[in-house]
Design a protein around this ligand. Structure first.
Ligand code: NAP
Length: 239
């Protein structure tokens, strides 16, 4: 029987690449997103019966519950949870309002808490599960003008390690994948000069693509002895 995955924030960028990579392996995917109905429909058209699309804001507990219930109704099970949805709001620390702080923490970190709690009964019943949290090199090294974002991603890595210890005996693996600079809409604000600088600072002399992260996720999905780790495909920019 096909395995079933939920991938949050999967209409664009890294999440979309993860979705296509998992489907290539024969895994059924529920593609979550927040706004992009047109992009979601296109994925549904391209991947057909291997996917379902579900619009939900992952920072809201009731919408997360809806996503998990929908997945169980449509595919009958959940084997893999990829917490990928995330936002960045750049700015000086002094300019971070309560609203910005809460928004970043809720979308990036609270969502991981909610999703994990909602899928856990299924994983415990199955005596098996795989949780992959997409964090960031900023959670490891910190990013200037990205304090809320960095805190949210470091929080994800902390949650990953603690949960791996708590859930390991139940055969549930929990890992973080912490990308370096990836060519997606999230970085569309970067100028040509910014990209050039990133490339110069990266030992492999390139920026990443969604597929670079998707390959790592694809490996983790099949691995059976890795848990509590923060794996960082980043071209060597953080070592
Ligand atoms: P992206 O291109 O901006 O795509 C973001 C995706 O998340 C979209 O599918 C978006 O849905 C969805 N999303 C945003 N807020 C949501 C919410 N509240 N509920 C549900 N879905 C939501 O981002 P990306 O660059 O692929 O990043 C994916 C993940 O990788 C994020 O967690 C990000 O922090 C992390 N990351 C990215 C980089 C990088 O350089 N790009 C580096 C390190 C880590 P809609 O299309 O409907 O808006």
């Amino acid at each position: 029987m096909s395995r079933v995955a939920i991938v949050t924030g999967a209409t664009r960028g890294i999440g979309k690449s993860i979705c296509y990579e998992l489907v290539k392996k024969g895994i059924k995917v529920v593609v979550n997103y927040r706004k992009s109905d047109d992009l979601a429909s296109k994925i549904q058209e391209e991947l057909g019966d291997m996917v379902r699309i579900y619009k939900a804001d992952v920072s809201k507990r009731n919408e997360v519950k809806g996503l998990v219930d929908f997945t169980l109704k449509e595919f009958g099970n959940i084997d893999i949870l990829v917490n990928n949805a995330g936002i960045d709001q750049e700015g000086m620390f002094q300019d971070i309002t309560d609203e910005i702080w809460n928004n970043v923490i809720n979308v990036n970190l609270y969502s991981v808490f909610c999703l994990t709690q909602e899928v856990l009964p299924t994983f415990l019943k199955n005596k098996s599960g795989c949780i992959i949290n997409i964090s960031s090199i900023y959670g490891i090294s910190g990013g200037a003008c990205a304090v809320a974002y960095s805190a949210s991603k470091a929080g994800i890595d902390g949650m990953t390690k603690a949960l791996a210890k708590e859930l390991g005996p139940s055969n549930i693996r929990v890992n973080s994948v912490a990308p370096g600079c990836i060519n997606t809409d999230m970085n569309s604000y970067l100028s040509e000069a910014d990209w050039k600088q990133v490339i110069e600072e990266t030992p492999l002399r390139k920026v990443g693509e969604g597929i670079d992260i998707a390959r790592c996720v694809s490996w983790l999905v099949d691995d059976e002895f890795t848990t509590g780790q923060v794996i960082s495909p980043n071209g060597g920019i953080v070592i």
